[in-house]
Design a binder for this molecule. Structure first.
Ligand SMILES: NC(=O)c1ccc[n+]([C@@H]2O[C@H](COP(=O)([O-])OP(=O)(O)OC[C@H]3O[C@@H](n4cnc5c(N)ncnc54)[C@H](O)[C@@H]3O)[C@@H](O)[C@H]2O)c1
Length: 241
């Protein structure tokens, strides 16, 4: 109940799915949480220590405004979860330049902009934890999903780069790699695609959003103070094949 006491966290894409579960668990563990999303979550269900800020993660000026608001209200920013994400299923031959740019914009550039914005207060306070959501599809190939795979692979590289560059500033940066998770994203996915990934998952079923969120709690907390530049795989064994 108190693993994140006194911490101030921003969770992007926290209105639903993995981000929502992360915001809920962070609040349960004592954090003050700002859900930064295009969509507003049900704040009554999340409780008094969770607030909403409208944010498009592709908008650098909006990031600057968000971080300025959070630090002026709470005096610090301890944790950033770069979770907002979108997907497109087209392969390289079929993906439109617009869809390519949209997915890279949110899933890759959005993470870059988030890290960049959070570094200001985190370096100044000489402490902070940044958690970036990649995917099993950022590790192994799958047919189609070209832009998503490119972006999710890039997130892993960005994490390592930031972890090494800012380690001496006290800022830790890690990647979480989920397998298949029941969320609005996978609800919208073709059922045969879902069945295919679950069939490849050794545990034989998909994750609940909380299964991923508990990993974020660990990486956000001081329990992981010696963990940076790492990848936490939470995938029911998918990538062990
Ligand atoms: N669900 C899975 O099986 C799975 C597997 C691996 C990785 N992931 C990754 O986990 C993260 C969360 O996935 P999810 O399944 O919960 O997704 P979701 O679609 O259920 O929720 C995504 C959230 O991101 C928000 N969002 C989208 N674009 C945004 C933008 N430009 N600015 C701000 N917010 C924006 C949406 O409003 C939504 O609240 C994503 O990065 C996703 O790629 C999910």
């Amino acid at each position: 109940m108190n693993r994140l006491t006194d911490k101030v966290a921003v969770v992007t894409g926290g209105a639903m799915g993995i981000g929502l579960a992360t915001a809920q668990l962070f609040a349960d563990e004592g954090a003050t949480v700002v859900v930064a999303d295009l969509t507003k979550p049900d704040l009554d269900a999340l409780g008094p220590t969770v607030e909403y800020a409208e944010l498009d993660v592709t908008d650098e000026a909006a990031w600057a405004g968000l971080v300025a608001d959070v630090t002026s209200e709470y005096g610090r920013l301890d944790v950033l979860v770069n979770n907002a994400g979108v997907i497109d299923y087209a392969g390289i031959a079929e993906v439109t330049p617009e869809d390519w740019a949209r997915v890279i914009g949110v899933d890759q550039t959005g993470v870059f902009l988030g890290i960049r914005a959070a570094l200001g207060p985190m370096r100044a306070q000489r402490a902070g934890s940044i958690i970036n959501l990649s995917s099993a599809w950022g590790v192994v190939g799958s047919e189609g999903v070209a832009a998503y795979q490119a972006a999710k692979g890039a997130v892993r590289g960005l994490t390592r780069n930031a972890a090494i560059t800012y380690a001496t500033d006290g800022v830790r940066v890690n990647t979480v790699i989920p397998g298949w998770v029941t969320t609005p994203l996978t609800d919208r996915q073709p059922p045969e695609k879902n069945a295919e990934v679950i069939a490849l998952t050794p545990l034989g079923y998909g994750a609940a959003p909380r299964d991923i969120a508990w990993g974020c709690v660990y990486l956000a907390s001081d329990e992981s103070r010696y963990v940076t530049g790492s990848e936490l795989v939470i995938d029911g064994g998918l990538l062990a094949r």
